[in-house]
Design a protein around this ligand. Structure first.
Ligand code: SF4
Length: 370
């Protein structure tokens, strides 16, 4: 990106979750979490497949009880994405998840009881090359910390994280990533900034309980955007009260907006006004729906009139500008003929699909040449 506002990426250790690398120089990974009962294998596998199609790099699955743990082997057998088991309090669930072959654990070692139990889990994780995310949440800080600080705050979150980290480091375990989540954005940002000066473990970013897609998307974009622009963050999860695919889409939009990762079609559309020569809003909605399956990074400009159209279209790979009586198509910044309103969406979809296929072919060719 020519005018990047990004600070250099924070230097972090790299770790693996299945075949996905998190931290180091790896691209910021996008995560989500299933919300089906884990015991419902078919529903969970179907949701994992939808998340994989939406582009999720890694997906977390809750393992609250033995029945859920028993479902894991089959879920893992069918999953196209690496799976992280979300564990609270029970070391037995952690062991069962490791036994099942999960690619990562999310658990707070300080919450699973006596040291012997933690050691058993850490030994099993080490043997299998499985990393552990320590997930500190402002809503569930340890009682002594709350008593000392009076209320949840960034310092208490950092101290909690350092406490959990110490337990793992004492066992010489360093395949750690850390999250410090709160629903309060300033608290979250402050906590990550503070911890960034203390450790070099990769960070999983998130604003927890952010709300529905609209408000939650905005809060996440601000919280995660601030940190990512400072070079902080190795993997993200946008938490929304919505279908998990929406979290993945929003996550990629945040990364796209910062120029950190570009996946799928990026639609550049004008806000519309009385000058628009076709229905921009409807066109964008139709394109978003019909191009959701495209993974290749392609910019498409959809601009209502010639005031801004040709300029925006010049910067995009494909574009359309409202004209009268027909509209003007652009390809790689150059005029590319005219199109009638009723053919516009079909034409753009065709062009994007053709371009995506060509990009896939080039990628395949490059791989073969390597
Ligand atoms: S590009 Fe044209 S239609 Fe779109 S907002 Fe600007 S002036 Fe209005």
């Amino acid at each position: 990106m020519r005018d990047s506002i990004l600070k250099p990426r924070r230097r972090t250790r790299a770790l693996r979750v299945g075949d996905v690398i998190i931290g180091g120089d790896a691209p910021v990974a996008v995560q989500s979490m299933t919300n089906t009962p884990t015991t419902d294998i078919d529903a969970t596998v179907a949701q994992l497949a939808r998340l994989a199609r939406a582009g999720a790099d890694v997906v977390r699955v809750s393992v609250p009880d033995p029945d859920s743990a028993a479902a894991l082997p089959e879920i893992l057998r069918q999953s196209e994405v690496p799976v992280i088991a979300d564990i609270h309090f029970s070391y037995k669930m952690a062991l069962a998840a490791l036994e099942a072959g999960v690619h990562g654990l999310r658990l707070n070692p300080g919450n699973i009881g006596e040291r012997k139990r933690v050691e058993t889990v850490v030994t099993a994780a080490r043997e299998r090359g499985v990393s552990i995310r320590i997930g500190v949440n402002a809503g569930s800080l340890e009682k002594p910390l709350l008593e000392r600080y009076g209320e949840p705050c960034a310092d208490a979150m950092v101290e909690s994280a350092l406490g959990h980290i110490r337990i793992l480091e004492d066992m010489d375990f360093h395949d750690i990533k850390v999250s410090l989540k709160a629903s309060n954005i300033p608290m979250t940002v402050a906590a990550y900034r503070k911890l960034a000066t203390r450790v070099d473990y990769p960070f999983h970013l998130g604003i927890t309980e952010a709300g529905g897609p609209f408000a939650g998307g905005i809060k996440s974009a601000i919280g995660l955007g601030l940190l990512l622009a400072e070079g902080i963050g190795d993997t993200i999860r946008v938490s929304l009260a919505a279908e998990p695919e929406e979290e993945v889409r929003t996550g990629f939009e945040i990364l796209k907006a910062l120029g950190l990762r570009h996946r799928g079609v990026n639609i550049i559309a004008c806000p519309t006004c009385a000058r628009q020569k076709f229905d921009v809003i409807k066109t964008v909605a139709m394109l978003e729906e019909r191009l959701a399956h495209i993974h290749e990074p392609i910019d498409v400009a959809v601009i209502g009139c010639v005031v801004n159209g040709p300029g925006e279209a010049r910067e995009a790979e494909l574009g359309v500008t409202g004209g009268y009586p027909v509209h003007l198509m652009y390809r790689d910044g150059e005029p590319d003929g005219k199109v009638r309103a009723e053919e516009l969406v079909d034409r753009l979809v065709r062009e994007v699909e053709a371009r995506a296929a060509a990009m896939r072919e080039q990628r395949k060719q490059r791989k073969q040449d390597d």
